[in-house]
Design a protein around this ligand. Structure first.
Ligand code: ZN
Ligand code: ZN
Length: 231
């Protein structure tokens, strides 16, 4: 076990504070990562506040993780020490069911293992997230950060980004597709940027006219809000 210091809470609605806990030793297919950046997702706040009545305390949130590989298990083949990598919302799944076989691990029929507030499939210990110095993650759930991405701004792609990217890929969004984005928040602004990058004709639907300038700054979009405004 390796001692790790993170930010977490011991009880609902307590302020985040430094919290010491243990990370597991490397298994053969594990990657150890020093965390440089971690995004803040609104789900983190829900767990901290125990809004969903399912928080396992003490809770260390964070599932938009970017960092450097510091060591790898004996069976790891895709990563080496020093690689820039990322970890998103899940860190394990059964690897055998129909969903896992087609890389739909979030829909694992045995339940996927979330990056925090889950239970490790082998040891049963509570998983703890990225508001911390380092983390140990199974290789299959580690992602490579390409050189084109600035690691300071990569974190939100791991949750907000994939949440909107996945359905856009599923539905085959491409140049000329008409794409409507309802709400320009954490997910919505990602959807606009990704949609524009794919060449889609993007419309933002919002009841907040004050967001018009931000929406327009994100790309070539058609903007609608009451009263309808088309640009
Ligand atoms: Zn999230
Ligand atoms: Zn599965």
């Amino acid at each position: 076990m390796t001692t790790c210091i993170g930010y977490g809470v011991h009880e609902a609605n307590a302020p985040l504070e430094p919290l010491k806990f243990e990370r597991r030793e490397l298994r053969a297919d594990d990657v150890a990562i020093d965390i440089d950046y971690c995004g803040v997702c609104h789900s983190d706040m829900h767990y901290v506040h125990n809004d969903w009545k399912s928080t396992r305390f003490p809770c260390v949130p964070g599932h938009e993780i970017v960092g450097r590989v510091t060591s790898v298990g004996s069976a790891v083949s895709r990563y080496r020490v020093g690689d820039l990598v990322a970890v998103g919302c899940l860190v394990d799944s059964c690897q055998q069911c129909e969903a896992c076989e087609v890389h739909q691990e979030p829909h694992c029929t045995q339940g996927m293992t979330p990056t925090y507030n889950g239970l490790d499939r082998i040891s049963g210990e509570v998983t703890r997230g990225g508001y911390a110095q380092h983390i140990v993650v199974r290789e299959r759930f580690v992602l490579r950060v390409p050189p084109a991405l600035d690691p300071r701004f990569t974190g939100p792609l791991l949750c907000a980004g994939i949440t909107v990217w996945s359905p856009m890929r599923e539905r085959g969004v491409k140049a000329g597709t008409r794409l409507a984005v309802i709400g320009l928040g954490g997910l919505g602004h990602m959807a606009v940027k990704l949609g524009v990058a794919l060449g889609a004709q993007v419309t933002v639907i919002t009841t907040s006219p004050g967001k018009a300038d931000d929406a327009l700054a994100l790309g070539r979009i058609t903007f609608c809000c009451p009263p309808t405004r088309r640009l």
